[in-house]
Design a protein around this ligand. Structure first.
Ligand SMILES: Nc1ncnc2c1ncn2[C@@H]1O[C@H](COP(=O)(O)OP(=O)(O)OP(=O)(O)O)[C@@H](O)[C@H]1O
Length: 256
């Protein structure tokens, strides 16, 4: 069964069509990455799929239409890492990550020992234990980006929507974070829908890719099918060389 089914997804912002009749299916346990040039509509599509924006068409998570689900049900099903989320600046890292457990806390109740343990576990997995007591506005951008991912993972949802989850990370942490998500996918059958700009990295982790341009799907398939010199020249207006790599195509931009 598909974990995410998107049909005819259309999003208008300020009376402009930003996402235009997008169809997309992600199987349970699959990793699909959406790529495309700046302004293609990737973030907008992801936010709509996450139920954060009004849209036309249908979005189903595990068969259930997202617009018919209650907030708590949604948060148990899907966790999102958005670009630059708004955070209370004085909040401590641990308390922020613990917010990921909110859907499991009974009304007027408190987090259980299992909730605290879940937050500690993801902090450790992301090398964040030493930051647990630090304020969110007093850590680096890359550290904060890992904290956002930690909160999403603490949520324990089966579907993870990641909007540029590694844009602020150094190459080591980038690999560490993506490896962790991939390991969780293998261990817990997590389904991943991500957007990414680094095409080589995107191709290394995705089972399938979708190339979005002008709000439309212009190519979809395996990384080898999507990351071609012709596709990238046509939609990014760049000359690239594609070099076969061990885990997918290596994409190198070349001059003139
Ligand atoms: N709230 C808004 N109101 C009007 N237009 C918007 C709004 N948010 C985004 N847009 C426009 O929608 C288009 C798609 O934006 P979106 O952020 O989805 O693109 P993207 O593919 O994620 O881009 P990037 O790679 O730069 O992050 C852009 O032209 C953008 O200017």
């Amino acid at each position: 069964m598909s974990a995410i089914e998107v049909a005819g997804l259309t999003v208008r912002l300020d009376d402009k069509v930003i996402v235009d009749r997008v169809d997309l299916d992600v199987a349970s346990g699959e990793w699909v990455t959406v790529i495309g040039p700046n302004g293609a509509g990737k973030s907008t599509a992801l936010r709509a799929i996450g139920g954060l924006l009004p849209f036309g068409g249908t979005v189903r998570w595990h068969g259930q239409a997202v617009d018919t689900m209650h907030r708590r049900e949604r948060a148990k099903a899907v966790a999102m890492v958005l670009q630059s989320p708004v955070v209370p600046p004085a909040m401590r890292v641990f308390d922020y990550v613990l917010l990921g457990r909110t859907p499991y806390v009974p009304p007027l109740g408190r987090e259980s020992a299992a909730d605290l343990a879940a937050a500690e576990e993801v902090l450790a997995a992301l090398d964040l234990t030493p930051f647990a007591g630090r304020r969110l506005d007093k850590i680096s951008g890359g550290e904060r980006q890992r904290v956002f991912l930690a909160r999403a993972l603490a949520q324990g949802a089966g579907i993870l929507l990641l909007d540029e989850p590694t844009s602020a990370l150094d190459i080591g942490h980038q690999q560490e974070v993506l490896e962790l998500v991939d390991r969780l996918r293998a261990e817990r059958g997590l389904t991943v829908l991500a957007t990414m700009h680094d095409l080589t990295t995107a191709g290394e982790y995705a089972d399938r890719m979708v190339l979005l341009a002008g709000g439309r799907v212009v190519a979809a398939g395996t990384p080898g099918e999507v990351l071609t010199e012709d596709n990238l020249a046509a939609h990014y207006r760049v000359k690239v060389r594609i070099i076969p790599g061990d885990h997918g195509p290596l994409v190198v931009a070349v001059r003139g």
